[in-house]
Design a protein around this ligand. Structure first.
Ligand code: HSE
Length: 436
């Protein structure tokens, strides 16, 4: 059979990895598909040292690739939203299947793109957009298709996990670790996407839609990054038996769907608490299967290329399948997506970690616990660090499961007291189905 002709735009870290995987595993891939995958046309605005494109047509205008009538599958690896969207729309328009690693594009414009692709009878594959090399979209969409997904929680930003791990293990400075993650090719072009949680929010939005069969709704994801995490909170969490991880959490409740990304205390005995460095992991809880854990490298050239090439294999296998018999983009039939309400963050119910800086005086603890009790907030643990009488000391509180708005209302009152110095640090905890 004649090889599948693939057009690729972008020559960055993931694109170079993709070229390498396709070259290194050419025969193995052909044995899997029954045809060879051949990159016939590359779009890149400039040459890259060390990238061998001999025998491949190269265009400076990326649109030439999207419109090339000889290209059957269009691989978009340039990132960003606007131009990537134009390119993909042009490729769909000219009847090409699309493979992309672009989480921002899928999270923010996926609904419209899927509709276009559906109308044209082509498919958009995006496994590489979430958790790098972990086939978590495939697992959720196909392997767990029997289940009603109750919740999922994931470490889905490698850079953020790398930073938190290095800070905790080596006491390293935040910005120093971030610079290393950038040099290693883990971080986004704009690293604030990593440290402020936007990258994780893109990925969580995609996972939640596939888990629950809801339209993509990126704007509804509550997003908080790790840039304000202090070494001292990593240590206090540890004293309480927890680790702080940057989690994306999606949960279906009777009232609606929670979608939130934030630093989270999780019991140190949980597997997720032990996912370190650039590794990602997603724990998915289905009603039939219970909890499953999907672990692997979440960023980097070859791991992400592994997902891109797996998508190419998938697309190659379905090239001839009737579009109505393909696996739907968001796992559920487009006509059966359910527009469930997304819950506001104040309605979240979980245990909370609170660090207050207070003067060590008679009656302070009594005042704080009384105010918390007045707002239905009950405490599980209290740690007060040694201090000098009259000077501020750290007071660490761990609550039982309570509604977020109740904790915040109580803390709003406590913060006004003259014995409190500055604003409290408040972090959410999750037991992930276990007992805290
Ligand atoms: N910047 C991302 C991360 C790359 O660190 O996880 C993979 O999406």
């Amino acid at each position: 059979m004649k090889p599948i002709s693939v057009g690729l735009v972008g020559l960055g870290t993931v694109a170079q990895g993709t070229l390498n995987v396709l070259a290194n595993n050419r025969e193995e891939l052909a044995r899997r598909i029954g045809r060879e995958i051949q990159i016939t046309h590359v779009g890149a605005r400039r040459d890259r040292d060390g990238v061998d494109l001999s025998g491949i047509k190269v265009s400076r205008d990326l649109m030439d690739v999207a419109r090339d009538p000889d290209v059957e599958v269009f691989v978009e690896l340039i990132g960003g939203c606007d131009y990537a969207r134009e390119l993909i729309e042009a490729a769909i328009e000219s009847g090409k299947h699309v493979v992309t690693a672009n989480k921002a594009l899928i999270a923010e414009h996926g609904n419209a793109l899927f509709e276009k692709a559906q109308a044209k009878g082509v498919t958009i594959a995006f496994e590489a957009s979430v958790a790098g090399g972990i086939p978590v979209i495939k697992a959720l969409r196909e392997g767990l298709a029997a289940n009603q997904i109750r919740w999922l929680a994931g470490i889905i930003n490698g850079t953020g996990n790398f930073i938190l791990t290095e800070m905790r293990d080596k006491g390293r400075d935040f910005s120093d670790v971030l610079a290393e993650a950038q040099a290693l090719g883990y971080a986004e072009a704009d690293p604030t996407f990593d440290v402020e949680g936007i990258d994780a929010a893109h990925k969580l939005c995609i996972l939640a839609s596939i888990a629950f069969g809801i339209p993509l709704n990126f704007d509804a994801v509550y997003t908080q990054g790790i840039s304000t995490i202090d070494l001292m909170d990593l240590d206090y969490a540890e004293e309480l038996g927890y680790r702080i991880k940057h989690l994306g959490i999606a949960r279906r409740t009777d009232q609606g769907v929670e979608m939130r990304v934030h630093p989270t205390l999780i019991p140190e005995s949980q597997l997720l608490a032990n996912v370190n460095g650039v590794m990602n992991a997603v724990q998915i809880h289905g009603d039939a299967v219970g909890s499953t854990l999907h672990y692997g490298p979440g960023a980097g050239s070859l791991p992400t290329a592994s997902a891109v090439v797996a998508d190419l294999v998938d697309v190659a296998r379905v090239l001839t399948a009737d579009p109505t018999n393909r696996v739907p983009h968001l796992a559920f039939q487009p006509t059966h997506l359910d527009d469930l309400p997304i819950l506001p963050i104040e309605e979240t119910v979980c245990p909370f970690y609170v660090r207050l800086s207070v003067r060590d005086e008679v009656g302070v603890l009594a005042h704080i616990t009384r105010t918390l009790a007045d707002h239905n907030v009950s405490l599980e643990s209290v740690i007060q660090k040694d201090g000098v009488e009259g000077e501020p000391v750290a007071l660490i509180l761990l609550t039982h499961s309570v509604r977020e708005k109740d904790v915040l209302a109580a803390l709003g009152q406590i913060e006004q007291q003259s014995f409190v110095d500055g604003s409290p640090v408040v972090l959410r905890c999750e037991t992930l189905g276990g007992v805290a």
